[in-house]
Design a binder for this molecule. Structure first.
Ligand SMILES: Cc1cc2nc3c(=O)[nH]c(=O)nc-3n(C[C@H](O)[C@H](O)[C@H](O)COP(=O)(O)OP(=O)(O)OC[C@H]3O[C@@H](n4cnc5c(N)ncnc54)[C@H](O)[C@@H]3O)c2cc1C
Length: 330
């Protein structure tokens, strides 16, 4: 136990460790390089041991095994986490800015009467406290927050820190709680997964993604033309789906699909955190936007400050011509 330690909450979904966990561990490692503390990782599950080997990036993995933790439910989760935080007294508790995180983090902070910072994009140790950059209004505004109270709960935006391969072996500790966990009023019922629909965008190597910048439904044909020429599929940000221009199965992001294509072309998408969460693991991201300050350029490997409606037909034409040349020479 040390006031310079950083505690990460491992996120488990459908029995699997969610990607955000490794991002949080990388953020915690950067922080402890300055605080001099250890990286702790709390695994709340009915079978924490099965996840322990994937958490080598931590110094200590704290397993709480309990049947009440078999699936996520706020009451037993927060009760277990409160006990760990009280015992370890870390300087910060890092929780993902995910659906589960939005549930757990405010409850934990209010139960322990400690500060909560949401939307964290960068966290640094500064003097005795923490300097945190947070994003709000869909990533359009950033604020610098000084956190002096310890511990503090920090909800970290997915994609803020790149998960790094971590050699080494964490020390595994099985924790027995002081009191048995009880199920609360909110209980897990079942996972409801969206139907794959006409095209399963999670299985595509190339995605042509369109956002509100596409302006009208008719312009979707431009994206379809490019996707066909490239052998990919069209997907979209939430406003396009909300307007009924494409089915929900084509939505990328927090409340849509998580995609990992080889190429993600984003046309007229601002890059709100909720969208970036679903596409940040693409191998190559190219963004086209008329606004040079659009946050999508922070997530993209390449960017072009251009009108999507001009570029889409030109790209489709070039791709179709290239395809024709390739088939002639074959
Ligand atoms: C709980 C919750 C869950 C959410 N889940 C999701 C989700 O799963 N997926 C998702 O996408 N969003 C989600 N959102 C919404 C998200 O916050 C954003 O509102 C949304 O992603 C914005 O979509 P957009 O980028 O298409 O539109 P906008 O933010 O309106 O951006 C349009 C962009 O197009 C650019 N543009 C305009 N005209 C052109 C042009 N001719 N050429 C090039 N660029 C142009 C503009 O500069 C702007 O950057 C969620 C929000 C909440 C609160």
């Amino acid at each position: 136990m040390s006031a310079s330690d950083v505690l990460v909450l491992a996120e488990i979904q459908r029995g699997m460790l969610a990607d955000i966990t490794l991002e949080l561990l990388a953020a915690a490692r950067q922080l402890t390089a300055a605080t001099g503390g250890s990286v702790l990782c709390a695994v709340l599950s009915d079978d924490g041991q099965s996840h322990a080997s994937a958490l080598a990036a931590a110094d200590r993995v704290l397993l709480v095994n309990d049947p009440q933790l078999a699936a996520y439910a706020p009451e037993p989760y927060v009760a277990a986490l409160c006990e760990i935080v009280r015992a370890e007294q870390p300087c910060a508790v890092l929780i993902g800015g995910t659906s589960i995180g939005w549930d757990v983090a405010p409850l934990l902070a209010s139960r322990l009467d400690i500060p909560l910072v949401t939307g964290c994009r960068a966290i640094q140790a500064e003097g005795e406290g923490l300097a945190v950059t947070t994003a709000f209004c869909g990533g359009k505004l950033l604020a610098d927050v000084q956190v002096t109270a310890r511990p503090a709960v920090l909800m970290v935006l997915p994609g803020s820190c790149r998960a790094a391969a971590a050699p080494g072996r964490a020390q595994i500790e099985v924790r027995t709680l002081a009191a048995p966990l009880e199920s609360g009023a909110v209980r897990f019922q079942e996972w409801v997964l969206p139907a794959a629909g006409d095209v399963d965008i999670t299985q595509q190597d190339i995605l042509v993604a369109v956002g509100r910048g596409i302006q009208q439904q008719d312009n979707l044909a431009l994206a379809e033309e490019l996707a066909t020429a490239l052998g990919g599929a069209v997907c979209a940000s939430r406003p396009v789906v909300d307007q009924g221009w494409l089915p929900a199965t084509r939505q990328v992001g927090k409340s849509g699909m998580t995609v990992r294509p080889k190429l993600y072309l984003a046309f007229g998408i601002s890059g709100a955190p909720e969208h970036v969460e679903g596409m940040q693991s693409a191998e190559l991201i190219v963004a086209v936007n008329t606004d040079p300050k659009a946050p999508i350029f922070d997530a993209a490997h390449y960017g072009a400050e251009l009108d999507a409606l001009d570029l889409l037909p030109a790209l489709a034409e070039a791709a179709t011509a290239r395809k024709g040349e390739a088939s002639q020479s074959a």
